[in-house]
Design a protein around this ligand. Structure first.
Ligand code: GAR
Length: 192
């Protein structure tokens, strides 16, 4: 039976696109039931609509970073009604807490642009450059109540090259992210 996914993202949605692509070329036996964003103008919503996937905005009440608990409760209810098996955070920039974690135990994944536990938080690629790291990468992990702290599922390495800018390094990390996320979803599914 094909897996039902929900994808939550705040931005461009290139990782969401990599999941769509993996479904289309047969690497992932899944369908995306819904894409949710906390920004009404996020391109991830465009990508979903273009594909005919349900795309909705979560109203976070004007808070910049907070993910209000009542919104998380409503999202948890909605995703359960849609019979979602796995929730994929793809560039989603708010912390998921108890209402969603309780509704989907060990079923929420996140992709982070660094080799966790190194460089959690925002702009991990800039953090890696500033720390003078020789290599960095990306991680897919289970989400827990901390920031980028849940159990690691898979990682990929990316070298930091002389002359790298934050943009060039992030772009190189994203190439690996797009391979890693569908593979890590498959691995998580095998453990369900
Ligand atoms: C990705 O690089 C993802 O790893 C990162 O945001 C970017 C989203 O890109 N996520 C985080 O930093 C979460 N802490 P996308 O919208 O093109 O998928």
């Amino acid at each position: 039976m094909s897996l039902r996914l929900a994808v939550l993202g705040s931005g461009s949605g290139s990782n969401c696109q990599s999941i769509f692509n993996a479904i289309d070329d047969g690497r992932l036996d899944a369908e995306v039931a819904i894409v949710l964003s906390d920004h009404e103008d996020a391109f991830i919503l465009e990508r979903a609509r273009k594909r005919g996937v349900r795309a909705e905005v979560m109203d976070c009440g004007g808070y910049k970073n907070k993910f209000p608990l009542e919104v998380q409760e409503a999202v948890a209810r909605q995703l359960r009604e849609l019979k979602v098996d796995l929730v994929c955070l793809a560039g989603f920039m708010r912390l998921v807490k108890e209402p969603l974690l309780r509704a989907f135990p060990n079923r929420i994944l996140n992709i982070h642009p660094a080799l966790l536990p190194q460089f959690p938080g925002v702009e991990a690629w800039t953090q890696a450059l500033q720390a003078g790291a020789k290599q960095t990468g990306c991680t897919v992990h289970y989400v827990d109540a901390g920031m980028d702290s849940g159990e690691i599922i898979m990682q990929a390495y990316v070298p930091v090259l002389p002359g790298d800018t934050p943009q060039s390094l992030h772009a190189r990390i994203q190439v690996q992210e797009h391979i890693l996320y569908p593979a890590a979803i498959l691995s998580a599914v095998s453990r369900l």
